[in-house]
Design a protein around this ligand. Structure first.
Ligand code: ADP
Ligand code: ZN
Ligand code: ZN
Length: 723
């Protein structure tokens, strides 16, 4: 028997399948972790296939040393998924391996955790030492039966315990402990499903993909939970993906209350021990419901009965770091493999997916009204040009200030949304136009007043603030567009007695800081929460009656064909935070382009008209989903290396274009919009092509990149981020 093995090292040179002989007497399964000779070394690898014959000279082939675990770490379905991902996303097997088996498991650094308990052993009371502490311990154990060793040590000292163990008065019992992520106790409140929820649950069956389009507050979560219950009743498991940011203890606890110990949680802020234990619980089948962020789609569960992706339009489901993949496509693969439904839920579906529903590729299920019957908050568009004309050049419109004052009077809460953290976006010299930039990245620095520093939002580097312009010496330094910090400081001046909280990457970097902030907000009235995207998702605060959107245009005017879509999604999400309970909600949307179609449709919650308009624009201009965009990004610390490799790739691409002249609409090589990040130069080729034949052409294009061995090369289809 021969085994095809991939070596557990993520380097280009080892991106091959190596063949080994399986010696008699060693029982190897596909997916098993094995120890193999490699050159002079012994390395860890994974068996991805077994076969009777081998193409190589059987006499020369090396033998597997041994199998490292009692069971195969990668299950059959995930081995197949590995093959799919390598083809679909042009990835290395060794990179995919890192997604399928987390490092905590692979590297063997994390172990199972045991607690040690003391129970009384076989002892002869006569021989008990007269030592007082030892006697006390025995007495205590006689009443308690079983105690934590660590507790006894703490109370009576280590030496006494040790002496008793040595003489067998105490026997130590080990008990495995699961390190479980934090959650809040919460009661499961039973609700009677309404007609639109019942309809959704009835419809979502079989092995299709469903787009669940439900307005914010329509009760999608309850639908998800019923679908999961149904899978469990049929003896199957379930996977639900949620954006990392909405994995709040509130949401997690809701699921805990319903599914108890059957839930496992996978997301990036688990400790290594927690991730290890949760993964093992899923692997063994002890936990059948996996809730988590993007990477939870690789959970090693078997017999999956339902896969749900909540907020399916979210960018975070696409991995933009190596390995780059789209979790929705991974989910679709797993749903096909298991013959189960895949549910994509959103109040603002991506244009791509809604178009697929219109084309009949996936099935649309609609939930058009809020579960509690409350109306969606009224969105008022505020023309900031008018404010300027009326002499108000501040951040806040008169209307917003007026509404804030009302909220405060009524002891309610408000949220102020701004798409930028920090104090101001950049520092610029008024005399010569100099803008402070990061040394390692080609981006402007952002002023953070709290620590009085300039920070690079791409690499985290910090700089001293500018007193004078390094270019011309002028002291006339101007701050650019405002960020969260600046808003907070202005609000504190305007409303000195009101609690004003800030939530962004800077205030939530510590573990659990996010949830502490939310708890503080929840318990304070009146209060204003200022934040970035982070406040837009999933929070359910009953007393938020006002949402202010400062400078909505910021997400609209970006050099990205999806900016209108993103802007519509943001407004809808943020607005969904207001008036969720008995008090009616309102949204003040400040803009300099009040007549833009995005605002018009967003203010009426008219997704369908927005979709129609947007799809039309993209069709006319031949942008996705009516075409495919490929970006090939080259990065290297030496600019000449990137340029050379880009050029030779481009020359090959020219031939591909010649061959497919009718299908390739656009192709160009250029510096990336951000031409350096973390000291790596970035150059890219952008290609846009028609959909017919695009899969075959994509592969030809990919082949052109394979000779670029020095640069890091990233190959992306319809990239979310072109910077
Ligand atoms: P969505 O995820 O669609 O934005 P949620 O699932 O958060 O909406 O539901 C919004 C609110 O409606 C929640 O407080 C939820 O408990 C409540 N809810 C859901 N279903 C029902 C129902 N059938 N009857 C009454 N309230 C419901
Ligand atoms: Zn200057
Ligand atoms: Zn930087």
């Amino acid at each position: 028997m021969f085994a095809s093995v991939i070596i557990d090292q993520d380097v280009k040179a080892l991106n091959k399948v190596f063949e080994y002989l399986v010696p008699d007497g060693i029982d190897v399964q596909v997916g098993a972790r094995v120890c193999v000779p490699f050159g002079q070394r012994t390395l860890q690898g994974f068996v991805i296939a077994l076969k009777e014959n081998c193409d190589y000279d059987a006499a020369k082939i090396k033998k597997i040393y041994g199998v490292m675990d009692d069971f195969a770490l990668i299950k059959g379905e995930l081995i197949k998924l590995m093959g799919f991902m390598c083809d679909e996303f042009h990835l290395r097997q060794t990179s995919v391996l890192r997604l399928l088996v987390p490092s905590e498991i692979r590297e063997g650094k994390v172990k199972e955790l045991f607690e040690k308990y003391a129970v009384l052993g076989d002892y002869d009371l006569q021989s008990l030492s007269r030592a007082k502490k030892q006697q006390q311990i025995i007495q205590k154990l006689q009443t308690e039966q079983r105690m934590l060793i660590s507790d006894i040590k703490q109370q009576f000292g280590e030496s006494a315990v040790k002496a008793l163990i040595d003489k067998n008065f105490i026997v130590v019992e080990k008990q495995k402990i699961n390190r479980t992520p934090l959650w809040l106790g919460r009661d499961d409140k039973a609700v009677t499903l309404n007609a639109q929820q019942l309809n959704a649950i009835e419809t979502i069956q079989g092995n299709k993909t469903f787009l669940l389009h439900g307005v914010t507050g329509s009760g999608k979560t309850e639908v998800y939970m019923h679908l999961i219950s149904r899978a469990l009743e049929n003896g199957k498991s379930a996977i639900m993906l949620v954006p990392e940011i909405s994995l709040t203890p509130q949401v997690v606890s809701l699921f805990r209350a319903r599914f108890g110990e059957k839930i496992a949680l996978l997301h990036s802020s688990l400790s290594a021990g927690e991730r290890f234990d949760e993964w093992r619980r899923i692997f063994s089948g002890e936990a059948q419901v996996v809730v988590g962020a993007r990477s939870a789609i690789f959970a090693p569960c078997e017999n999956v009965g339902i896969i749900i992706i909540d907020e399916e339009h979210e960018q975070s489901y696409i991995s933009e770091a190596n390995p780059r993949y789209n979790s929705q496509e991974v989910a679709a693969f797993r749903a096909r493999f298991n013959g189960c439904p895949l549910v994509l839920g959103s109040a603002t579906p991506s244009i791509d997916d809604y178009q697929r529903a219109m084309d009949g590729e996936i099935q649309l299920v609609e939930m058009p009204v809020r579960a509690n019957g409350r109306p969606l908050p009224k969105i008022q568009i505020i023309d900031m040009m008018n404010e300027l004309r009326a002499g108000n050049s501040g951040i806040f419109s008169t209307q917003l200030l007026c509404d804030l004052a009302k909220v405060i009077n009524q002891k309610k809460q408000a949220m102020i949304f701004i798409n930028r953290r920090g104090y101001s976006s950049f520092m610029m010299c008024r005399e010569c136009g100099y803008v402070a930039k990061c040394n390692d990245c080609d981006v402007s620095l952002v002023y953070h007043r709290e620590d009085n520093r300039l920070k690079c939002h791409y690499c985290g580097k910090q700089y001293k603030v500018l007193d004078v312009c390094p270019n011309c010496g002028s002291a006339r330094i101007k701050q650019g567009a405002v960020g969260t910090e600046k808003i907070v400081s202005e609000l504190k001046n305007l409303f000195p007695d009101v609690k004003i909280l800030r939530m962004d990457n800077d205030t939530t970097s510590k573990k659990n800081a996010h949830q502490k902030l939310l708890q503080e907000f929840a318990s304070t009235k009146p209060a204003i929460l200022v934040g970035t995207q982070m406040i837009a998702k999933g929070h359910d605060f009953e007393d938020v009656t006002l949402v202010g959107i400062i400078d909505a245009d910021q997400s609209l005017y970006r050099a990205d064909y999806r900016s209108a879509e993103r802007c519509f999604q943001l407004i809808t999400q943020v607005s969904g935070r207001a008036g969720r309970s008995v008090s009616e909600g309102k949204v003040d949307l400040q803009t300099y382009s009040p007549r833009h179609y995005v605002y018009k449709f967003a203010a009426n919650y008219d997704y369908k008209s927005f979709f129609k308009k947007e799809a039309n624009i993209r069709k006319t201009a031949a942008f996705p989903p009516f075409s495919k965009i490929i970006r090939i990004l080259f990065c290297h610390s030496d600019e000449n290396v990137v340029k050379d490799e880009l050029k030779s790739c481009y020359n090959k691409l020219l031939k591909v274009r010649e061959k497919h002249f009718d299908d390739i609409i656009y192709m160009d090589a250029m510096k990336s919009p951000i031409k350096r990040i973390k000291n790596l130069y970035r150059y890219q080729v952008i290609i846009r092509m028609r959909l017919e034949n695009s899969r075959a052409i994509e592969n030809e294009i990919y082949d052109c990149t394979l000779d670029a061995l020095k640069s890091s090369v990233f190959f992306e289809v319809n990239p979310e981020n072109m910077s």
